[in-house]
Every structure is written in structure tokens, then in C-alpha cells.
Design a protein around this ligand. Structure first.
Ligand code: RAM
Length: 484
């Protein structure tokens, strides 16, 4: 076994389990009847129930449709007519229960509501003693909640923590209903929020090792996601350059947070290779160049152009690398510092439109976006005063493309804090994440456009993930910056 994989396995700890029993008033059911259970919160785990006969023994299998719903809208939606290319993630089973007694459903589900419809029963029956065995690798006994005078922020913090808790399983999953796997972009944000909440360091270590063990492409980039259960599979040939860089950023955050140099140095060859890979694809102007295929993520905005944001991710990661290796590996730190200085100078020269105070360039079809402003600021291309003007204009302009994911909003908020817009950052966070609370969220969603509850990048709102890892970072900001 690959030695990185072995270390990943050594850091796999048993999951915590607890059973949730929803309230339900038992009644007699027959063919055609439906019941809906509300677990009272969102959980990830395994469902079971007891079926019993009423006055006549049930002498043939009972056919049930059991539907697990992340949100209320799924309860009455017809999953069978869903045409989204992601529709097999919708959680609905047709089961046959042969005998009275407890029935354990074998698959893992992620939901708040469970709807059961009796499709056929030869006799009257009852369903009762519902039990949802929830799992998480978050140790709830480690969690404390900060005293916040702003109750809206306190509510946002609670829902963020709930989101993170449910995504923390054998790995930091992106979404426990969809895609149920370890993606780099999600991992980085979950790890940050985890440091300020559950502080499960083994889980971060495990995930860092899993990517170190993954396949690499011709530039040395790690795969953007891996599967680890039941077998380790890395790839599907997805190599996103921004995610590869953010793998290095995650390793830097880890060593800066924990001081665990041993783990960092262990994976360092892979970490360093991500920066070298990005440096090797700079064009003649010293700007990261476009590669063939699906090569960068940034956000789910349908036609977002990515070169400027990606160059910002490169600079941002270099900056973190300098901090992480300054004392440990001074020669490498000097090399990263040089690349960073050159990268910033080139960005300002080539990608910045100083007259209009915006980042836009033919490489990105002159598209104007909040994404490019935020990432260039995180890359340290502008001084704070000018950066404030640029970001404020991009956020307020009717012409600019705006993010559609909490993932990208995380980086917008971080950029604001970096350039001294702390108050504005807090208001934006409260407004953006707060609207999801108004829509009834008990976990934060994968995508969110203010005022457009049905938006989806996947052809159907139903296949959006309603408990999505990358949405959990309000807890990071609140606990790091806004608690007294
Ligand atoms: C989707 C998921 C995941 C994200 C990738 C890029 O499949 O939302 O969280 O990291 O896209």
C-alpha cells in the first residue's frame, strides 16, 4: 500500500453515533396512505422502523415507497419525472417488507424529512418506532458556542456548525447527499471551520494524506476529488488547477494552525509540486495560462471566466506557502517569495484596468466579475485603499458577474476582511447566509442567489445539495473575527 494511503488509514477514527426518534402518533394505514416524519433537524445515517399488523396477519409482502428529503420541497415532488443528470442522487426507495417486525434500511441517507407511502398492503398495518441512527466524525462534546450579542449571527453560526457536523464523516464530504466525496475546494473550507469548532485534526490529516496518495497529472497536480470507501479511487481524470493550488493552501493552513511540521514535511513534495505545476503553465506575460479540458472551477456562475481568478488563487497560495515555510525551508520560501512578487507585478501590469478600476482582460473575454476582484485582492495585487474601491465597485455594479455559491462568497468575505472592510464583510455575510435562514434552512445550501430560491446549475433545484460543506464558513469568520 502507498505509504500516504497507509497514513490516511491510520487517521481514520470511529464515527460517533446517536439515535434520533421522531415524534409520531401511531395510526392504522392501508394502501394509498402516506405519512411524513420530521426528524426536527438534518441528519446523516441509517433509518429503521417497525411494521405491525392490526387485526389480520399480513400474509404477503408490503410494498412501500420511502423518500428521504433534505428540504420541504422534495416531500411532494415527483422524483420519477426528474430529468436532471444528477437525479439518481434523489433518495427514494421502493421496498418490500416481508414480515412484521423491525426493518433496517441498508443505505445511508441525509435528510430532515422521511415520507412513507403504502403502495400496496394486503391488510391494514401500522408503522412505528422510527429510528434514525445518525453518524458524524465531529465530537459534539468539544463544541462550545460563543456568546454573541447579535442573535442573527448566533443563528447563522449554529446552522454553519450543523452543516459542518453533517459533512464530517469518514472524510470531509462535500455534501452528505451529493456528491458524498472528498473534494479539495470543500475540504479547505471545512478544515478552516473545523479549527474553530470541533478541531478534529486527525480528519484533516487523513484528507491531506488521501490527496497526497492520489494520482497526479502531467503537471504534477493532484486529483480534485477522491473516493475512499469501499476502495480508494482517485480521479475520474478531474484536475482543477485552482483546487490543486488550494490543496497546498490547506496543507499550509494545517501547519500554521497545528505546528505539526512532521505531517507537513511528509506531504511537502506533493504540496510543493502544486506550485511548481502552476508556475510551469505561466504564459509569456507571466500569467497562468488556459489548459485544455475542464481545468478550473472558481464558482458555479454559468459562464464565469477563470484566468484572472485563477491567477489570484496562485498568488494567494504562494503567499500562504511563504508563511508556512519561512522558518522551515528558507530557500524554498525565498523562491516562493520571488514567484509571488513577479506574479503580483505581472497581474497588475497585464490584468488590471487602472482607468476603470477593475480587473478585466481579453484572456477572460473582458468579463467583469466580483470573482476576479476578490481573487486579485486575496493575491495581494493592490494596496488596501485601491482594493477597497475596486471590490466595492464590483459588488455594486449592475454589469458585474456575481457569485452564486457560498464557496465564492467565502473568498469575497475574506478579501473584504483583508483590506479592512470588516463591517461590510459582516453585513454581507449576515445578508447572504441569513436569507437561507429565512427560507427555513437548518443547514446551508450549495448554491444561493438572493431572491431566486429555485436557482440550480444542474437543471433542477431538487438536485442542489442543501447541506453543503463549503457553506459552513460563517462559523470560521464569526469565531475568528467577530467574537469579543
Ligand atoms: C460539485 C460539488 C463540490 C464541488 C465541485 C467543484 O460537484 O458541489 O462541492 O467542489 O462541484
Amino acid at each position: 500500500m502507498n505509504c500516504y494511503l497507509k497514513k490516511a488509514e491510520e487517521n481514520l477514527l470511529p464515527l460517533h453515533e446517536y439515535t434520533v426518534m421522531p415524534e409520531y402518533e401511531k395510526r392504522t394505514l392501508q394502501t394509498g396512505d402516506s405519512i411524513t416524519l420530521d426528524l426536527g433537524n438534518y441528519y446523516v445515517g441509517y433509518f429503521s422502523f417497525v411494521m405491525d399488523w392490526v387485526d389480520v396477519y399480513i400474509d404477503a409482502p408490503v410494498k412501500l415507497a420511502v423518500k428521504f428529503c433534505e428540504g420541504e420541497k422534495e416531500i411532494d415532488a415527483d422524483f420519477s419525472t426528474q430529468t436532471s443528470f444528477l437525479s439518481s442522487w434523489l433518495q427514494e426507495e421502493i421496498i418490500h417488507v416481508d414480515f412484521p417486525g423491525r426493518y433496517n434500511m441498508p443505505r445511508r441517507y441525509a435528510c430532515r424529512y422521511v415520507k412513507i407511502t403504502v403502495l400496496f398492503s394486503p391488510q391494514k398495518l401500522t408503522l412505528s418506532r422510527f429510528a434514525f441512527r445518525a453518524t458524524t466524525s465531529a465530537d459534539l462534546s468539544r463544541l462550545t458556542f460563543p456568546a454573541l450579542s447579535d442573535s442573527r449571527l448566533a443563528d447563522i453560526d449554529k446552522v454553519s456548525v450543523n452543516t459542518l457536523k453533517n459533512c464530517m464523516q469518514r472524510v470531509f464530504e462535500d455534501g452528505p447527499r451529493r456528491d458524498r466525496r472528498l473534494w479539495i475546494g470543500d475540504l479547505r473550507l471545512e478544515a478552516l471551520a473545523n479549527y474553530y469548532t470541533f478541531n478534529n485534526l486527525e480528519l484533516v490529516k487523513r484528507c491531506l494524506y488521501l490527496f497526497a496518495a492520489s494520482e497526479k497529472n502531467e503537471h504534477g497536480f493532484v486529483c480534485s476529488f477522491v473516493y475512499e470507501n469501499p476502495v480508494f479511487v482517485s480521479g475520474s481524470d478531474t484536475y482543477l488547477v485552482d483546487y490543486a493550488l488550494l490543496y497546498a493552501a490547506t496543507a499550509c493552513d494545517y501547519v500554521l494552525h497545528t505546528g505539526d511540521k512532521e505531517t507537513f514535511l511528509d506531504i511537502y513534495p506533493v504540496v510543493k509540486a502544486q506550485l511548481e505545476g502552476a508556475h510551469s503553465i505561466l504564459d509569456e506575460d507571466g500569467i497562468i495560462s488556459r489548459q485544455s479540458g475542464w481545468f478550473v472551477f472558481i464558482d458555479w456562475y454559468p459562464s464565469i471566466e477563470c484566468i484572472i481568478p485563477l491567477h489570484g488563487v496562485y498568488l494567494y497560495t504562494l503567499d500562504l506557502m511563504v508563511q508556512a515555510v519561512e522558518k522551515l525551508l528558507p530557500e524554498d520560501a525565498a523562491m516562493f517569495r520571488k514567484w509571488l512578487d513577479e506574479g503580483r507585478t505581472n497581474a497588475k501590469k497585464v490584468l488590471y484596468d487602472a482607468e476603470n478600476k477593475r480587473f478585466s482582460n481579453s484572456r477572460d473575454k473582458n468579463q467583469y466579475s466580483v470573482h476576479s476582484a476578490a481573487w486579485m485582492i486575496l493575491g495581494g495585487v493592490l494596496e488596501a485603499a485601491e482594493a477597497r474601491e475596486v471590490l466595492t465597485a464590483a459588488l455594486n455594479s449592475p454589469e458585474s458577474k456575481k457569485p452564486v455559491t457560498p464557496y465564492m462568497y467565502h473568498y469575497v468575505i475574506e478579501a473584504m476582511i483583508k483590506i479592512g472592510m470588516k463591517q461590510e464583510a459582516k453585513s454581507l455575510l449576515t445578508e447572504f447566509w441569513g436569507e437561507m435562514l429565512d427560507w427555513g434552512a437548518v443547514t446551508f445550501h450549495e448554491m444561493h442567489i438572493p431572491g431566486q430560491p429555485d436557482f440550480s446549475a444542474y437543471g433542477s433545484y431538487l438536485t442542489n445539495s442543501l447541506c453543503h460543506a463549503w457553506s459552513c464558513t460563517p462559523s470560521y469568520f464569526i469565531r475568528k473575527y467577530w467574537t469579543k
